[in-house]
Design a protein around this ligand. Sequence first.
Ligand code: LP5
Ligand code: MN
Length: 247
Amino acid sequence: MPTPHLTTLFVSDIHLHPSRPLTARLFGEFLAGPAAQAGALYILGDLFDAWAGDDDLGDAFNAGVCAALKRLAEAGRRVFFIPGNRDFLVADRFAAATGATLLADETVVDIHGVPTLLLHGDTLCTDDRAYQDFRAMVRARAWQEEFLAQPLAVRRAEIASLRERSEAGKRVKPQALMDVNETAVQQAYAAHQVTRMIHGHTHRQARHRHGSFERWVLPDWDASGGALLCDESGCRWLAFPTRVGAG
Ligand code: LP5
Ligand code: MN
């Protein structure tokens, strides 16, 4: 058994949405169970299916998720959030509602003695030029100010259309194009001077090892969910007993 409060948990790609109540329930159970036993929880992006801006907190489903995170933070667990490509519009009101500390896209954290690069993972997928061009556009401050100036309903409709377009695109984009680019991975290790990184986004759960380098890819929660648990002795997968299925 890991020592309570001396463990660190990592999750990503939970894609919470009211249409997937079983995933939301599993996440609630995860917060009340394993996360409540850990010292810290890092959410590495795509907690939500999509986040239209912090006025999305007015939505009862979103508010419920944020309140559950806040309970964890108020119980003394540190909660950290790195934005994903679905929820990079989270800002100060989200941080206040959850008690989470927002971290930069690529952040190095000392995880039980090992400097570890934490990131969503989309920046490593450099072969997907259409996505990287799109990312550069929507991550620009001016674009975001213009987008957020629109009514919430308009933003939600645009996002719904974009989500459909994204899912259709993923059905025809070659699988290799949507995975990480190995050169980008090596550059990230070098730029941040680390030998370990943890990310999500590709939904290809794995532990990749190259010599002394280690890259953990977190699972998404669309099928079964899961988390990575790290402590003094290293990292290992935390699987969940129940499958989410299509829920
Ligand atoms: O998210 P996922 O896993 O399906 O796919 C990603 C990439 N897709 C995206 C788009 C998101 O899914 C949509 C949700 C965004 C919510 C953020 C809110 C603010 C933005 C709102 C803008 C209107 O990130 C997908 C990758 C895939 O990962 C694998 O890595 O391939 O990339 C794309 O789908 C991008 C397309 O290839 C290019 C799209 C160009 C669209 C330009 C028009 C934008 C305006 C549309 C308004 C209706
Ligand atoms: Mn993602």
